[in-house]
Structure formats: structure tokens, C-alpha cells
Ligand binder design. Sequence first.
Ligand SMILES: [Zn+2]
Length: 202
Amino acid sequence: MRPQPPEILINEYVGIDYFIPSPELEEWARKTFLDDESPLHNPDHAHLLQAHIGYLWTNVPNSKGMRAVAGTAEIPSFRGAKWQKHRQLMQMQEWFGAIPDFVITLDANYCFETSDTNFCALVEHELYHCAQALDEFGEPKFNAATDRPIYTIKDHDVTEFIGVVARYGIGSVANGIAFVEAANSEPLIAHADISKMCGNCL
Ligand SMILES: [Zn+2]
């Protein structure tokens, strides 16, 4: 069973802007997409095995260019004067126990209503934004001191879109025409319709 947003977000906090961290979503995404025993395992996300991803549900409606945003992926950054910065740091720490490498925020109302396939396509779409930085030779970059990957947020390139299309079908990308080739083979997971609902992509 996929994790559902807390009902309080959908039914009670109507009109009250709220964010709720979801450790169960991180566990589920890890088990579903990163674990090589999982039927939905996707080796494209292998660099995320060591990543701490903080997931948030929100009931705050978001849109960009007239289109609803169902999810975003970001590397947390802290701006402002000393107290502002530390207030933001403290918030992250309270939510996630530490400062995560990435924060993925999902629209609770959309996720509550959508199909399992769309939900998986949305989470994977956001995971595809969570990339490992490359060095000048195009090799994955690691932190020399900790040996951990150096992470970055990536816009989708052709390869990534092919990954999503191959798994969820051509409906899962907005600019699908360029990627018809990948879609000609049967999608691995079934048809998903994540029609441009990502805040990073809009
Ligand atoms: Zn996106």
C-alpha cells in the first residue's frame, strides 16, 4: 500500500496552510524504487541510496503558469540574516531529524485522489530531479572527505525523460513528442498521466 496523506490535511485543515513531514513516504520510496528486490526498482536512482530525502505533504495549493503543481524537488537552502537562517535550519531539523539532501513536497489533495500509477510516476519524476553532480569528465562527483555523492537538482534531459516514459508511458511527460521512440515500446508499469504537474518543470 502506498502512503496516503494524513486525512487531517484534506478534511480538517481546509483553508489553513500546512505542511506535514512524512518519514513513511521516504521509507516507501526507498523500498519501492531503490531496493533492487522491488518489482518497481529503478537503477537510475542508485545514487540516492545514500541520500536523505525529506518528504512533505502539503495542502497549500500551488500553481505555475496557470497549471497546478503536484510536486517539487529541491535542495534545501537557507537564506537571510543569522536568526532567519537558523530558524529555517531548525524547522528542517524538527521535521526531518537532520538537514536532508533533498526535500520533495507533494500536494496532499492531488495525491489523495490520484491513481497508484500516477502517484508512482509523480514520485519518480521528482526523484529524477534529485541527481548526482558530475565532474568535468562527466563522472559522478563524490565528496572526497565523506565519500558521499555530491547532489544537485537536475532538469530533465532526454535520458531521464526516456526513463519516465519507458516506465509510465508517453502521457507522463508534457513534451512527449520528442520521445516517441521510447514510448513505442510498451511501458513497463502502465499508463500514467503526469501532465506537467511538477513545479520544477513548469
Ligand atoms: Zn519536474
